[in-house]
Design a protein around this ligand. Structure first.
Ligand code: 5GP
Ligand code: 5GP
Ligand code: 5GP
Length: 208
């Protein structure tokens, strides 16, 4: 790993709301394994620098090896479902995330550890429960961006970044939630920086 070791400062752990992904211009396709449950899904665990830049595709020699994580596939299908078209079983999405991002934290986490870390982080940050407990539900209603951030901070302990997208009727919608994680991939930390994502002060939480 000598030549591969790539420094980074922290991870973004990014979860996506499927209802918002499916409402955009790209539309979406359900995975071959069926419509995902109405929950946030993992998008990725992304090594990042404190200045906002990030490494990508760090190890051309590393391939995604499904056999290393064969016993995690059931959990990945549930917690890290793919919504892109054409419909597939998720392997393409996991491969893309590993090759683009996971290979940049290989100094800290091997492939199996990387996927296990992401699954554990999702257990620790149950966003839907955090929001529901605060009365914020995926029912096509609009909520204050600040209330969404406060509910997640209350449950997880750290302030999230919220990314919105715009649906066909120009509503600003809750799309992705960014939390930061220290380099071992275990504990959440306050984000060294969060991009300013284009959200209105009141955003829609779409049904899925
Ligand atoms: P987009 O252009 O949709 O914001 O991002 C496209 C892709 O770039 C993401 O799926 C992700 O792989 C990568 N990306 C975007 N923003 C960030 C970031 O702040 N940090 C890292 N590490 N990757 C990012
Ligand atoms: P943007 O036009 O939003 O700056 O970036 C477009 C795409 O460039 C993003 O989707 C992302 O994939 C890539 N990108 C932006 N910043 C970085 C960076 O610091 N490192 C890498 N590897 N890609 C970046
Ligand atoms: P990123 O490069 O932004 O980490 O990941 C985006 C890439 O993953 C795109 O090529 C996209 O087509 C693919 N992808 C597959 N399934 C999904 C999904 O469910 N959500 C998102 N955001 N991207 C997905």
């Amino acid at each position: 790993a000598l030549c591969l070791s790539q420094d980074f400062d922290f991870f973004y752990f990014v979860q996506q709301w499927p209802g918002a992904y499916c409402d955009t211009k790209h539309s979406c396709c359900y995975p071959k394994t069926g419509k995902p449950i109405a929950d946030f899904g993992i998008h990725g665990l992304w090594p990042n620098y404190k200045d906002g830049g990030y490494p990508s595709d760090c190890d051309p020699d590393s391939r995604f090896d499904k056999s290393e994580i064969s016993d995690l596939i059931g959990r990945l299908e549930k917690e890290w479902p793919t919504l892109s078209c054409p419909s597939n079983d998720g392997t393409k999405f996991w491969t893309h995330e590993w090759v683009k991002h996971g290979t940049c934290s290989e100094s800290e986490l091997g492939q199996r550890e990387y996927f296990e870390a992401a699954l554990k982080l999702k257990e620790k940050a149950n966003l839907l429960r955090a929001l529901t407990n605060a009365g914020i539900k995926p029912n096509d209603e609009c909520y204050e961006l600040q209330d969404i951030k406060d509910a997640i901070k209350e449950a997880v302990g750290f302030t999230p970044g919220i990314e919105c997208n715009v649906d066909s009727s120009h509503n600003s919608q809750l799309y992705q939630v960014y939390l930061c994680v220290e380099t071992s991939g275990t504990d959440f930390v306050e984000c060294p920086l969060l991009q300013r994502f284009k959200c209105g002060s009141s955003i829609q939480f779409p049904k899925f």
